[in-house]
Design a protein around this ligand. Structure first.
Ligand SMILES: Nc1ncnc2c1ncn2[C@@H]1O[C@H](COP(=O)(O)OP(=O)(O)OP(=O)(O)O)[C@@H](O)[C@H]1O
Length: 613
């Protein structure tokens, strides 16, 4: 059949009824054919014996006309034997050919043999049918006429080619699925609608550490008895991240249905080791960690030779090796956050987030949502999908709760829960989120006094006060003032040695006052003062006395004097160098209120903020 030469390799195999099975088995064994084509009874017979796809030739009208014509030529009555179905138009056709025709249907090879025999016994000399029937008719002494011609063969061949084509498409699809799965680190099994494995990747077999790998065609449920795969296939509802414990292994298993036009046509089962998920999560979290969640200070950057101070540093270094909660106490600006960051950076959590929260700086309502986060729709104006709180942002790292003594009492209760349970409940959520955090808290308040005044929960105090570091104020370690000043001055000069020297000269002249000063703002106050000296040294020709430039160093009652006497509040009259001093004075006189200070100075709040910085 030249028409098929390009499309398929067709082999015609001649055999007899007796040798049919043997021939078919040999073809199958050698994998010589994708499809076998034969007559109806043979096809029926072989389908039960071999697994190769078998198509049967079907008799068409034209075949029948041809066969009846042949029977007419023989001038005798004809028996027609068809497989399973009778021919509808036979009566009409036979009247056209003036042949006496009798029709019978056979269901199996044996049945065909008997029906042929009956025809012969009834005097039918011509028997029309498939090659098998012809074979049987001739064996029984009758004349066999083929009812199948080239047309019937062509039709069946077309059908066979269509099947082969759709099969190769399927195979191609499967190969694609196999190669995609092969490259996944996750263990994946593709299941058909009956829950049988049609593809499984090596990661899955490696992950499950199976002695015998999962085979294609197996029922997946055998390997995952704790996962209801059949429910996914019957309801189309996915199972996501079901925990499965196998010995020392903790696995997260998901089964996602594959829907084809709304019907479940199979499922994808994925399996991951929980430790691996956590590692990936850590990698992601550390990559997406905002810069403000990074601790930049190390113990090396903490300056101080004072023996009490050095002891505090030693203690903090020791605490870095532990995972217990640390409470750092000390006046404002003594370096509590510096200590907290250094502890974090010396701990095993150093690569994880360091989240610092100033509990006194947030309005009460905002602090709650900032700390604990919220679920979608927890209150009006919430972000879609909710928002994780800072506790969650600190997961696997350290959370630094600065000014803990100023935390509103009802939030102290929630904080206590977080510390006890190590899980956080977002606002509006019903399920808590587990946390792995180290807590460092700091305060300038006397917490014992706060407890007596009922401003601080005693149970929370004991939860926090596990490891304690007390940072001494600067006035109690005056021997460190000089080295601290030099470092700050060096940083400000940014490599400009002349500038550094000039600043140091201004500072040197102030030494007696510096040692005497109470340093209520501690190192932060010292930093401000050195910055002012840095500024002053850049304008040596400005005619201002040191006392005017550094009034706090010359007056013990500096603060009181400003509260009693209002300073002249216009900026216009002040020289550039004295500007900062002036701003500071006005700010103090308005008790640190930025809005009022900016208004009094005649500048915007943002300008004031910039200048203060
Ligand atoms: N020992 C030190 N060596 C170098 N710099 C220091 C030291 N102590 C504090 N500082 C600097 O002083 C400033 C204030 O420090 P920090 O913010 O840690 O103080 P704090 O006690 O947390 O203040 P507050 O209680 O007001 O939050 C920072 O700029 C810090 O770099």
């Amino acid at each position: 059949m030249p028409r098929y030469e390009q499309q398929a390799e067709i082999r015609i195999v001649e055999t007899s009824v007796d040798k049919l099975l043997e021939t078919a088995r040999a073809i199958e064994y050698e994998q010589e054919a994708d499809i076998l084509l034969c007559s109806g009874a043979s096809a029926e017979f072989l389908r039960k014996k071999i697994s190769t796809t078998i198509l049967s030739f079907r008799m068409g009208e034209y075949d029948l006309i041809r066969a009846l014509n042949l029977a007419k030529e023989r001038g005798t009555k004809a028996g027609i034997l068809t497989h399973q179905h009778t021919l509808k138009d036979l009566d009409e056709l036979s009247s056209l050919f003036t042949v006496e025709v009798s029709q019978a249907v056979y269901t199996s090879l044996e049945d065909a043999r008997q029906k042929v025999q009956t025809f012969v016994e009834q005097g039918y000399r011509v028997i029309i049918g498939s090659p098998t029937v012809v074979d049987l008719a001739e064996a029984a002494g009758a004349e066999g006429v083929f009812a199948i011609n080239a047309d019937a063969v062509r039709r069946t061949l077309d059908e066979a080619l269509a099947i082969c084509h759709s099969r190769s498409q399927e195979t191609w699809k499967h190969q694609r699925i196999h190669s995609v799965l092969k490259h996944l680190n996750e263990g994946v099994i593709a299941l058909d609608a009956l829950g049988k494995v049609f593809s499984v990747n090596t990661s899955m077999n490696n992950l499950l550490k199976l002695i015998r790998p999962i085979a294609i065609g197996e029922t997946a449920a055998e390997h995952f008895p704790d996962v209801d795969i059949s429910k996914v296939l019957s309801t189309g509802t996915a199972i996501e991240n079901r925990l499965s414990i196998r010995g020392s292994q903790r696995l997260a298993i998901s089964v996602i249905p594959i829907l084809e036009e709304g019907l479940v046509d199979g499922a994808i089962l994925t399996c991951q080791e929980i430790n691996e998920i956590q590692r990936a999560e850590r990698r992601l979290r550390s990559q997406s960690r905002p810069s403000h969640f990074i601790a930049k200070y190390h113990f090396d950057l903490i300056l101080g030779q004072d023996s009490r101070f050095k002891r505090a540093v030693q203690l903090a270094k020791l605490y870095a090796h532990s995972d217990s909660t640390v409470l750092i106490t000390g006046e404002s600006g003594t370096g509590k956050e510096l200590f907290a960051q250094s502890i974090h950076n010396a701990s095993y959590r150093q690569k994880m987030p360091f989240v610092a929260i100033n509990c006194a700086a947030f309005p009460e309502t905002l602090l709650e949502s900032e700390l604990f986060g919220y679920e979608d729709g927890a209150f009006t104006g919430t972000r879609k999908g909710g928002k994780p709180g800072l506790f969650e942002a600190a997961h696997n790292g350290t959370i630094f709760l600065d000014e803990i003594g100023d935390m509103p009492t009802h939030l102290q209760t929630r904080l206590l829960r977080v510390l006890q349970e190590r899980e956080v409940l977002r606002l509006g959520a019903s399920e808590p989120t587990p946390l792995n955090i180290r807590v460092i808290a700091a305060t300038h308040q006397d917490l014992q006094k706060q407890i007596i005044n009922k401003c601080f929960r005693e149970d929370l105090y004991y939860r926090l006060n596990i490891l304690r570091v007390s940072v001494p104020p600067l006035r109690e370690r005056t021997s460190d003032i000089n080295s601290l000043m030099m470092r700050i001055s060096k940083n400000l000069a940014q490599g400009n040695v002349d500038q550094e020297k000039a600043t140091n000269q201004v500072l040197k002249a102030l030494t007696p006052q510096l040692v005497q000063h109470p340093w209520k703002g501690n190192i932060r106050e010292l930093e401000n003062l050195v910055e002012r000296a840095h500024l002053v040294s850049q304008f040596p020709n400005q005619n201002h006395s040191t006392e005017a430039l550094f009034p706090e160093l010359f007056s013990d009652s500096f603060n009181q004097s400003f509260s009693s006497k209002k300073p002249k509040e216009s900026l216009k009259a002040s020289g550039k160098a004295a500007e900062i001093v002036h701003i500071q004075k006005v700010l103090d006189s308005h008790n640190g209120d930025l809005a009022k200070t900016a208004k009094a100075l005649g500048i915007s709040r943002s300008t004031l903020w910039r200048r203060l910085r």
